[in-house]
Structure formats: structure tokens, C-alpha cells
Write a protein that binds this ligand. Structure first.
Ligand code: NAP
Length: 244
């Protein structure tokens, strides 16, 4: 990659962080978005800068349209342009549907689905002007297969997959590609609090017998964002260690 400018939402931790570090190593300038953990985001920027990659940390709650728009403006102002958006910011709330409050439903939808809408909508005019660009959304295997105890999460990620497919068709004439990854279980803060028995059960279900490292997901994201995937759009690549 030449010095393309990449915005990674939720870049302070987990999969987003791994994407920031890999894209930096591949020669991109990186905007590391975070919601609240400025220290972690600053750590990612320091790591990137130490390796010679231009990087900035930008706070924004992606569920808010005005903050998402200001985030994209901030990237263009600080790094000069915007070529790639990786929508990785996401939250999960476990619990059976009959016990799920409307507020919990909204929280998950607002970050996971509305956040993708907000950031992508704000970024597209820059890519349309350039007649080039790539969006990679971090969906989830839950959005493909459905997850008991995670109906809002599954619905939000199924929405992201349909969003990806539909938007890809809409913006292909502008030279913009839109793809998604659907990871299974990944070693991040999101899965760290899982009970040991649940973890064992998942490991037994996964043909490869283990959770993914965030870096393994980042490799697929980086491929979809790169010119190597120039004829791939509207796809969702499962990174599931053999699942589903
Ligand atoms: P994580 O380690 O919990 O990190 C979440 C990231 O999202 C953090 O950078 C956090 O920022 C950011 N974030 C949360 N709410 C935000 C908001 N409203 N606005 C902006 N940023 C926000 O999560 P992860 O496991 O890396 O997950 C990344 C993505 O992969 C998510 O979309 C998740 O659904 C998906 N995924 C994860 C797994 C898994 O097993 N881990 C599997 C499939 C899919 P702060 O640091 O500031 O809080």
C-alpha cells in the first residue's frame, strides 16, 4: 500500500487496534477512533508513530451523527484525505430476548448498526470525489448464524451484512468497494469476561479448537481494504476457524 489514509472506528482496542497496527505496517496513515479510552488510543498512536506511521487519535461516539461527521472532518483535516474506513466499533449485551430492555436493544443497534451508517455516510462524499475508496465493516458470525442470548447483537450484525451488500451495489459506479468480515470468537476484551465453562464449550464447537487472535482478523480486513481485492465487493468473509 502507498500512503493511504485509513480511519478505524473502535481502533483503541481489540480487532480495531490490530487493524490499526497492521495497516500502519503496510504503509497507511491511520486515524484511531475511540469512544472513551483515550489512554489506550494514545498507546496505539504511539506504537504506530514509533514504527514510522503517521497516526492520530480522534474521539467520537459513532452512534451520534454529528460526532461521526466531525470525526471524518477531523481525519481529512489532520491526515489530508480519507481512502479507507474500517467500521470496527461495536458493543455486545448478553441476555435472553424476553429479558432485554428497549434501552439495551437501542444501545446495541445505535453503536453496531447506526454507527456504521453514520460514519460511512460521512465518509462517502470524500471517496465519491476521489472516485476511489474502500469500506470494511466488522460484522460477526452471529449475524450469519444467529446467537441465542444475543438476539439484538445478531440482528445488528445481520443488518451490517445487508448494509454491506446493498451499499456495495450503490457505490460500485464510483469506484468504491464495500465488504465485511464476520469473525467467530476472537481474543479481545469482548470475550475476556466469558465464563471458563462457556469458553470451553465454544472451543469444542470450533473445528480449529481455539479463538482467533485479533491479528488474524486484521489480516482479512487489510486484504479487503487493499488493491489486492480490487474486484471484491459486497462480500462478507467469515473468519471462523471452521465455523459455521
Ligand atoms: P473491544 O475489544 O470490546 O473494543 C471495542 C472498541 O469499540 C473499543 O475501541 C471501543 O472504544 C470502541 N467503541 C465502543 N463503543 C463505541 C462508540 N459508541 N463509538 C466509538 N467507538 C466505540 O471489541 P472487539 O472484540 O475488538 O470488537 C470489535 C468489533 O468486532 C465489534 O464490532 C464486535 O462486534 C466485532 N466482533 C467481535 C468478536 C469477538 O469475539 N471479540 C467476534 C465477532 C465480531 P473505547 O476503547 O474508547 O471504549
Amino acid at each position: 500500500m502507498d500512503r493511504r489514509v485509513v480511519l478505524v472506528t473502535g481502533g483503541s482496542r481489540g480487532i480495531g487496534r490490530a487493524v490499526c497496527l497492521l495497516m500502519g505496517r503496510r504503509g497507511c496513515a491511520v486515524a484511531v477512533n475511540f469512544a472513551s479510552d483515550e489512554t489506550r488510543a494514545g498507546g496505539v498512536v504511539d506504537e504506530l508513530a514509533g514504527a514510522g506511521s503517521p497516526a492520530v487519535a480522534l474521539r467520537a461516539d459513532v452512534s451520534k451523527a454529528d460526532e461521526a461527521a466531525a470525526l471524518v472532518d477531523g481525519v481529512v483535516e489532520r491526515l489530508g484525505r480519507l481512502d479507507v474506513v474500517v467500521n470496527s466499533a461495536g458493543i455486545e449485551r448478553s441476555g435472553f430476548l424476553i429479558m432485554t430492555s428497549p434501552r439495551e436493544w437501542e444501545d446495541v443497534m445505535d453503536v453496531n448498526l447506526r454507527g456504521v451508517f453514520n460514519v460511512t455516510k460521512a465518509a462517502l462524499p470524500h471517496m465519491m470525489d476521489a472516485r476511489a475508496g474502500a469500506v470494511v465493516n466488522v460484522a460477526s458470525l452471529a449475524g450469519v448464524t444467529g446467537l441465542a442470548g444475543g438476539v439484538p447483537y445478531s440482528a445488528s450484525k445481520g443488518g451490517v451484512i445487508a448494509f454491506t451488500r446493498a451499499l456495495a451495489k450503490e457505490v460500485a459506479p464510483f469506484g468504491i468497494r464495500v465488504n465485511a468480515v464476520a469473525p467467530g470468537m476472537v481474543e479481545t476484551d469482548m470475550t475476556a469476561a466469558m465464563k471458563e465453562a462457556d469458553r470451553k464449550r465454544y472451543e469444542e464447537m470450533i473445528p480449529m479448537g481455539r479463538f482467533a487472535e485479533a491479528a488474524e482478523v486484521a489480516e482479512v480486513v487489510a486484504f479487503l481494504a487493499s488493491p489486492a481485492a480490487s474486484y471484491v465487493t459486497g462480500e462478507t468473509v467469515v473468519v471462523g476457524g471452521g465455523l459455521p
